[in-house]
Design a protein around this ligand. Structure first.
Ligand SMILES: Cc1cc2nc3c(=O)[nH]c(=O)nc-3n(C[C@H](O)[C@H](O)[C@H](O)COP(=O)(O)OP(=O)(O)OC[C@H]3O[C@@H](n4cnc5c(N)ncnc54)[C@H](O)[C@@H]3O)c2cc1C
Ligand code: FES
Length: 474
């Protein structure tokens, strides 16, 4: 297995963008932490308001989830709309749709202007069981009520397997996320944004100014935007409002274009399908799925084998090119968030909770911020605000999610102690598990990840692994 996403296998996302020297400005109107789709969209949109912007990225731009994404730019998002409708009234679902439509428009215009190739495709959520068909019918109804021009299909001759029904939204889009990130970094630099890679932010403190402390020094800012996937700040306890989920992707060369649409199964085990055209290797099929909460399973590599076996059954001529996994965060309240880290703390914004749909929700979060700064926030921005009363409605789900965290905490400490070994996550003391697919240490509590040597990869942790007190070297 390569562990390298298809997109990066032919040049790292940031390889073509060059490097600013690690020489931080002492002050910047705005500091954005994280250079994925969300941070870069925020940087571009805030720079357009005339403010000076510095982006601090721990690794390389796009090296987080964005550079490993399936990168469908779709407003029909599996069964997301009916999941939101289970917890929120219809006007909230409509606002969510509007936010994603606005972000999709912004992104498509940007791609056109920056000459990033985009393919127009229908998005399809399909079922293969009768229970799944009922779920998909519900998605159809919710999507129609929210104003989307979706239709119902009974069969799809494009797929090699039978379906029991599907909801379809025409004229959505897909992109190569590495090409997109590279173009966004170039554009940001052309607008005067400093994009500094290889700088990890370890602390954000104070209010006026806000001081950003990093591995390369400090920057004072009027506003800090934390776009690190899950926020690296413990304030606001966003790590407890969402669950980290890992899922897997395998890219295959196929003799002919394998699928003409962007598919997502409503049934379990879920499968995501899309094509990747215009590759030197010939037509490419992308298969995704087999997800699980980060750090809470013993074996990871078997998940990729599950996708390989499924593909061999339905696309027997497919030949593997790359296999990898990635992480995103499922919010308990089903909605993404973009707003102050604490009520009234308007100088530190956090963005996240995209539930594997951040390619449009990330830019939507950025638009909410830029609108706020320009004094004309879109009406849907309110839906993303993390501190509305509506938050309380997520309380039962939060109790459930955090009970799972408590269970993992206890189990994690008892087992390795009994065995005399173990490594502790520096975030809040979770005992990490070895991930044989990514060769990383993954924390089952809030999804921090560390490389083989213990260096931090993904937050909320900002420091390296520690050994369990009294533990022998592994
Ligand atoms: C398998 C999979 C498939 C997906 N497919 C789709 C799809 O088809 N369509 C869709 O809309 N969405 C999809 N998503 C979701 C989407 O890719 C993500 O929601 C989105 O990329 C998140 O972007 P981001 O910028 O918020 O986070 P990231 O891309 O993870 O960027 C965060 C950045 O912050 C940096 N960082 C972290 N900590 C620090 C620190 N302390 N200091 C400085 N920098 C730091 C990281 O290195 C990283 O580069 C998928 C997700 C997965 C897992
Ligand atoms: S990520 Fe919170 S304890 Fe490890």
């Amino acid at each position: 297995m390569t562990r390298q996403a298809l997109w990066g296998a032919h040049g790292h996302p940031a390889a073509a963008t060059g490097d600013d020297p690690v020489d931080l400005p002492g002050t910047s109107d705005v500091v954005v932490v994280g250079a994925g789709i969300t941070g870069l969209a925020a940087a571009l949109q805030v720079a357009a308001t005339g403010r000076s912007v510095t982006v601090l990225e721990a690794r390389r731009a796009g090296s987080g989830t964005t550079g490993r994404s399936t990168a469908k730019l779709s407003v029909l998002q599996g069964t997301r709309l009916s999941s939101i409708a289970r917890q929120h009234p219809a006007d909230v679902v409509s606002s969510y749709v509007e936010a994603n439509q606005a972000a999709q428009r912004w992104l498509l215009e940007l791609c056109e202007r920056l000459e990033v190739p985009v393919q127009r495709r229908a998005a399809v959520t399909y079922a293969t069981s009768s229970a799944g068909a009922r779920t998909v019918r519900r998605e159809l109804e919710v999507a129609r009520s929210a104003g989307l021009a979706v239709d119902w299909i009974e069969r799809d001759d494009d797929l090699p397997f039978p379906i029991t029904g599907a909801v379809r939204l025409q004229d959505q889009a897909q992109v190569d996320p590495a090409a997109l990130v590279t173009a966004m970094v170039r554009e940001a630099r052309a607008l005067g944004v400093r994009v500094v890679e290889g700088v990890r932010v370890t602390r954000v403190a104070g209010q006026d100014p806000v001081r950003v402390v990093s591995s390369a020094g400090e920057v004072d800012a009027d506003l800090v935007v934390v776009a690190t996937g899950t926020p690296i700040l413990d304030r606001g306890a966003f790590f407890g409002r969402q669950t980290a989920q890992r899922s897997y992707s395998v890219a295959f060369r196929t003799p002919l274009p394998a699928v003409a649409g962007m598919y997502l199964a409503a049934d379990q085990p879920s499968r995501s399908l899309r094509d990747v055209p215009d590759r030197a290797e010939g037509p490419v099929l992308l298969v995704g799925g087999a997800g699980h909460p980060t750090g809470r399973v013993r074996e990871h590599a078997v998940r990729l084998d599950e996708l390989r076996a499924w593909t061999a059954e339905w696309f027997p001529d497919a030949e593997e090119l790359a296999a990898w996994s990635a992480q995103d965060y499922e919010p308990a309240r089903q909605l993404p968030f973009a707003g102050p880290v604490l009520p009234g703390a308007d100088r530190i914004w956090v963005m996240g909770g995209f539930a594997k749909w951040g390619m449009t929700n990330g830019p939507a979060a950025a638009m909410a911020l830029a609108g706020r700064l320009a004094g004309d926030a879109p009406s849907w921005a309110e839906t993303l605000h993390p501190w509305r009363l509506r938050e309380l409605r997520a309380a039962p789900q939060l109790v459930h999610d955090n009970a799972a965290v408590g269970f993992e905490m206890a189990r994690g400490w008892i087992r390795p102690w009994a065995a005399g070994r173990g490594r502790v996550c520096p975030h809040l003391g979770g005992v990490v598990r070895w991930n044989d697919a990514e060769e990383s240490w993954d924390c089952p509590l809030h999804g921090s990840r560390f490389d083989r040597a213990g260096a931090v990869l993904d937050g909320p942790a900002v420091r390296d692994l520690r050994r369990l007190p009294g533990a022998r070297p592994a």
